[in-house]
Design a protein around this ligand. Sequence first.
Ligand code: PAF
Length: 286
Amino acid sequence: MKTINKIDECRVAMQELRKQGNKIGFVPTMGFLHEGHLSLIRMAQRDCDKVIISIFVNPMQFGPDEDFKKYPRDIKRDTSLAEKEGVDYIFNPSVQEMYGQDHKTTVEVKELSSVMCGKYRPGHFAGVATVVLKLFNIINAHKAYFGEKDYQQLVIIKKMVDDLNLDIEIKSGPIVREEDGLALSSRNRYLSGVERENATILYRCLNIARDMIAGGENDLEKIKKRVLEELEGNKFVRKVDYFDFRDPLTLQEKRRVRRGEDGEILAAVAAWIGNTRLIDNIMIKV
Ligand code: PAF
């Protein structure tokens, strides 16, 4: 496995792989790898000849009061995990290498970026889309792999690829959960012991919604009220940013289940457990 820090070197290495006829799979990450990332790496290995991951904590997608500085970083641990998985390349540029001194361009995927998490993290998805487009341009992979935990990010990246005619196939991998249901996230490490125990409430609430829909309830506002009571009744939940039902493709909000018309409905939640903002979602078959 080779670690590359420079953009030019990365381009040359990827061009060489292409020349040799390899299919390149790319897994973008911000590091602090967990089983969710590793599952995407394994998907990429099944589909492609060579796998490259990026490890870059992207300042552009963090708000001024967010956790950019304290976001967990451990390149040594990540390198050894990636090596064990059989990753071929790590692209690990510095902020200076990615943005230089005078970066002025951002990519904005309108509408999709201003709902759900976008409403509470203004500029976040422009930061994500911009860095992902830069990484796509540098690496020029055949396929890129994203986790479904960041479902809104996935929809936005797919739209960007479509709108900008990018020659890359976007693949997604399912959420990987702890045994008690908590979705894996690098931010889980911020949680204290009791917060960690109580963080499972997010997945429990998503399942309450699934069960109510399976039980015949069509009024999504009523389900939302029931779930919000549950969330707000837990003293470790400091704030609920949203609990929403959305169309999985357009992210338009849904207020009623239309049996026979809706195939699937996305239920998504963002809430603060103490000082940690967690997100989770499930797809509910109607
Ligand atoms: O999902 C993430 O870890 C990040 O948003 C990504 C896609 C690597 C862009 O920085």
